[in-house]
Design a protein around this ligand. Structure first.
Ligand SMILES: [Zn+2]
Length: 428
């Protein structure tokens, strides 16, 4: 059994304390702990958070190992301070059977950098026509509790209703990618002033908002639980706020990029800014930040969407949608939420660890930093300032919108069950 003493860390941004890790567990938290028999990490006032949990990661394996694998994706996650990620189901083959979710779950176990909890597809082949084997996926070794056709919307109201009814039986949740398909046919970016000027097909806010409105009402009708992926508009915030005030069991996520970037960037025609849902307006960004601060939006989820260079290095219309996000998420949250005074570090821990673990029913993550808990921890140097260089990413892909941008904060250490996966900012 190895002991590690983290000395002088601000636990959740509070008073500096020592944290003693013994084996896989936090043994003690307090002042002036004995370093006897332990290797010492001088935290020097860095912030110690519970290991981050991402409810929305695309690991691409099986099928698109040219953009990411479970191994490279979990390495990227560890570098970003994550100890658990939920792997989206839009792989090839689709994760719509017990066999495929167990394959992803097993690959995650072998990776060793980060726990991987597979998400199961809602419908067979993500085709929106027939419910997938939700019960079999839940009963499998992977114990799936979150189901999503992410990338596509479950747009058939009857299928959505049945999925909500089905998961209710075992306390599962349906995570909806809210996008009315007919309203977004041929859409290339947010519908608004910029799309009109550029002459690009627009993606109206109402395409997202109308599906969210329908689904919170369906969840209420069925008495089930719905989670809304990547909220991107001010109107979506209003609907979720209304639904929560009514007691509807809805949770929602926002991505780091929707907290920082706007559709003005599309004027560059750089396809790195092409993403689904699209970058919106400054007004939307401010509404999303406010909603994350006041709890209307429960969590930050990355929607880490790796793509190989050739799928982005082409004209706007042909380029793939999505951005990598695991290795920059915490920095973007520090800049947009902490340094603006909207959230403290305890608030960040809630939205990037405690709440996502609760929503996904993950038992050993999102736990308090206290004695007896699993030692899943992230140490962050919040005073660091650095320019993002994707050449240093652990991800197999480089499609970041932050290249060359200065962002604050750096994960110096990540611990998964007491084992360091990242040391001094580098993979261990
Ligand atoms: Zn999505």
């Amino acid at each position: 059994m190895s002991k590690i003493l983290i000395r002088g860390a601000k636990v959740l941004g509070g008073e500096a304390q020592d944290v003693l890790i013994d084996g896989e567990t936090i043994a003690e938290v307090g002042q002036n702990l004995s370093a006897d028999g332990a290797s010492v990490i001088e935290a020097g006032g860095q912030v110690l958070l519970p290991g981050l949990v991402d409810l929305h990661t695309h690991l691409r394996e099986p099928g698109r190992e040219d953009s990411e694998t479970v191994l490279t994706g979990t390495r990227a996650a560890a570098c970003g301070g994550y100890t658990a990620v939920f792997a989206m189901a839009n792989t090839f083959p689709v994760a719509d059977t017990a066999g495929v979710v167990e394959q992803v779950w097993r690959l995650g176990k072998e990776s060793g950098y980060c726990d991987v909890q597979p998400i199961g597809a809602v419908t067979v082949g993500l085709e929106g026509k027939q419910l997938a084997e939700l019960g079999a996926m839940h009963d499998s070794a992977a114990r799936v509790t979150v189901f999503s056709d992410d990338g596509k919307c479950v747009d058939d109201a009857v299928i959505m209703r049945r999925a909500l009814e089905y998961v209710k039986a075992f306390g599962g949740v349906v995570a909806q990618h809210a996008q009315e398909p007919r309203l977004t046919e041929g859409a290339q970016m947010n519908e608004g002033v910029v799309s009109a000027e550029l002459g690009l097909g627009g993606w109206p806010a109402v395409a997202e908002e109308s599906v969210i409105a329908r689904d919170v009402l369906l969840a209420e009708h069925v008495g089930s639980r719905v989670h809304i992926c990547h909220l991107s508009t001010a109107g979506s915030v209003e609907i979720v706020r209304w639904a929560k005030s009514r007691g509807i069991d809805v949770t929602a996520e926002v991505t780091p990029h929707h907290l920082l970037l706007t559709d003005e960037l599309v004027r560059s025609y750089n396809a790195v800014y092409k993403v689904n849902p699209p970058l919106r307006t400054e007004r939307d960004v401010l509404a999303l930040r406010e909603a994350l601060a006041d709890g209307t939006i429960d969590i930050v989820a990355t929607d880490h969407a790796p793509h190989p260079q050739e799928d982005k290095d082409c004209e706007w219309a042909a380029a793939a949608m999505g951005m990598v996000g695991l290795e920059t998420a915490l920095s973007v949250v520090q800049q947009t939420m902490v340094e603006t005074g909207l959230l403290d570090w305890a608030g960040v821990a809630e939205r990037m660890s405690f709440a996502p673990a609760r929503i996904g029913a993950l038992e050993n993550h999102g736990r308090p930093v206290s004695a007896g808990e699993p030692a899943n921890l992230t140490l962050v140097d919040t005073s660091y300032r650095g320019v993002v260089d994707p050449a240093h990413f652990a991800s197999r892909s480089r499609n970041t919108p932050y290249e060359g941008r200065e962002l604050p904060g750096r994960v110096t250490h990540t611990f998964l069950r007491g084992r360091a996966t990242v040391v001094d900012g580098k993979l261990a």
